[in-house]
Design a protein around this ligand. Sequence first.
Ligand SMILES: [Zn+2]
Length: 438
Amino acid sequence: MTSEGVRPAAVLVEGEKIRAVVSVEKVPAGAQIQDFGDAAILPGLVDSHVHINDPGRAEWEGFETATRAAAAGGYTMLVDMPLNCIPSTSDVAALEAKRAAARGKCRVDWAAWGSVVADNQDHVEALAGAGVLGFKCFLIHPGTDEFTMVTERELRAALPHVVRTGLPLLVHAELAGPIEVATAALGGADWRSYATYLQSRPDEAELSAIRLLLTLCREYRFRLHIVHLATWQALDELRAARAEGLPVSVETCPHYLHFTTEAIADGATLCKCAPPIRSRENRENLWQGLRDGVIDLVATDHSPCPPSMKQLETGNFKTAWGGIASLSVALPVMWTEASRRGFTLRDIARWMAERPSRLAGCGASKGRIAAGCDADLVIFEPEAEFTVTPDRLHYRHAISAYMGEKLRGVVKATYLRGKRVFADEKFQGNSIGREYQP
Ligand SMILES: [Zn+2]
């Protein structure tokens, strides 16, 4: 699986790097050979949207468990979101605390996004200098209190700093206004019903946020990245913004491409996330957005929590934690859905490795099988099938919205910088993952 597409090929690895991709006949004499038969060799996936929650909330997840789930899922690099950990990554001291939490615990490589919060404008450029790959902000309350949302005024105060760093700003694009109006109109609705939750977070919340962001992008020319787009209704405006030359990129997540409102049972709070999973028609239109190239990439938004916070007993969508954990199964979920719609592994590699890597500025060494890149490789059996069971999840709490589903494609092995870190359902060797160094 190379940039030219899928073909029988040999990947020549020297130390931590890929030296070349050659036809099988051109493998040098004397090379040590590993034959993966009919399995596909994919670039190690890069997840540009993960909540590792460490330090401070390692009981939700942590570097050890998140990177273990990543290795099992075919990911070789994670970029950690700056919230849900304590402290949130809003200044250099917090970034150093994160580095201390990660040291010696990682099975794959990682890097950090910094935050843009209500009052850290003066830390933005220092964070860039200290090694974050970009920034994340929320236009709505993020669900925890350590991380503050930004108003338009606060965002405007931060944007000149963001522009000077040249790094992307990743935005949770929902505005509170339409959500408050919709929620007030619900009155005494039953919050065990998924329909109630869906109605409380209308498409309009995403649309109005995206319109505001495009206006600001036009004004300040910062690199705008819309995280976890859940409504197809924004696609036309995003396409037009791109045509206009605005530096905007768009991500969606496996859960928006797999689940639909119609299939979510009342009380099934494992499927709660924000923005919400929408209708079947919406899902198919998001797939069309990927096909058309308006949506650039797929990231997991892996956002785990202790089982009690999902409130599985009451099934209350209002109070349950919003977040779906999927690092270990995202690749087979995507392959199951994508192959059904005529996409290829080349598409998967582009959406889940090459483009997230480029977003994070790691494109020269991560996310591609090409000479000079890190030898991050996934051996993937596209025809094999398996059923999601707790022992396959590997993150801290073995709960999953995907439990019991039969999925297509099995990760046989994962290589990080030339070393095998996962094979045949077992972790291999030491925790050699490290922070990505540009
Ligand atoms: Zn997130």
